[in-house]
Design a binder for this molecule. Structure first.
Ligand code: ZN
Length: 94
């Protein structure tokens, strides 16, 4: 919980412990690992919104989520943040 500042890394909403869910940045269904660096805290709403999307697909579709992810997902792997930055800049350039 401390690692993400108790916020949803996608919408930045403050999280109550009971409503926090763990999200795999790279979905397990796409071969992502259940390991630190790939697991972040998200609210249930964003977790459902993201579903099984790959991170770059999700961030291009919802650039606000990518912007918050870059800011709040301190524990996430650097490669995910690089990917988020690229997706967000692509989304805003389009
Ligand atoms: Zn959220």
């Amino acid at each position: 919980m401390r690692d993400c500042g108790r916020r949803c890394v996608y919408c930045a909403a403050a999280l109550e412990f009971d409503f926090a869910t763990l999200d795999h940045v790279h979905p397990l269904s796409h071969g992502g690992a259940h390991a630190p660096g790939n697991v972040v805290l998200a609210c249930g709403r964003c977790n459902r919104l993201k579903g099984d999307l790959l991170p770059n697909e999700f961030f291009i579709r919802f650039p606000w989520a990518g912007a918050n992810f870059i800011r709040y997902a301190h524990a996430a792997h650097r490669a995910h943040k690089r990917c988020a930055r690229r997706a967000v800049s692509l989304a805003y350039a389009a």
